[in-house]
Design a binder for this molecule. Structure first.
Ligand SMILES: [Zn+2]
Length: 168
């Protein structure tokens, strides 16, 4: 494409396809992408660039992206907040044992030992359950974190396009 004299090539902002820009296109002129139909403005600075002619769809996409980011942040905060509920069961068992010895003055004998064994088995089962829930939550946190990261990356990409377009 660059073999035609005076024709330069620039990338489509949307689909990244090469667009050949003939010399007769002046700074600020509109040119359409042959691939996706996105309208661009020609920017003739130290080198030829193409920026979006109509930033409306990008602004809309950015607004949607911000809604998504807000939702993901809330989901992530909620998922983080529900952490540790399983581990609390163990704490409750410990507090119960301490209460039996300390407040009720129960002697540390065979009775309490068997009770402690029972508590250990029950809390062991609880911890297994908690562990399973922990892994499920951990997976959810990972997925949400990754989605949030992607949404933020997309937001900065969209903002960059808007900034570029604002220069014409
Ligand atoms: Zn395109």
């Amino acid at each position: 494409m660059a073999t035609v004299p005076g024709t330069a090539v620039a990338r489509c902002v949307h689909c990244r396809v090469d667009i050949s820009v003939p010399e007769r296109y002046a700074h600020g002129d509109h040119i359409k992408c042959g691939g996706c139909g996105t309208k661009h403005k020609v920017v003739r600075g130290d080198r030829l660039r193409l920026v979006l002619a109509d930033v409306g769809p990008v602004r809309d996409a950015l607004a949607q992206n911000q809604q998504l980011t807000t939702r993901l942040e809330a989901d992530l905060a909620q998922a983080r907040g529900s952490f540790g509920i399983g581990a609390n069961g163990f704490g409750v068992a410990l507090i119960y044992a301490l209460y039996q010895v300390g407040v009720r003055g129960e002697p540390i004998g065979k009775g309490l030992l068997w009770e402690a064994v029972g508590v250990a088995i029950v809390s062991g089962l609880l911890l297994e359950l908690a562990n399973w829930a922990f892994l499920a939550k951990r997976h959810r946190l990972t997925v949400l974190s990754r989605e949030l990261e992607e949404a933020r990356a997309e937001a900065s990409r969209l903002r960059a396009i808007l900034r570029e377009a604002g220069r014409v």
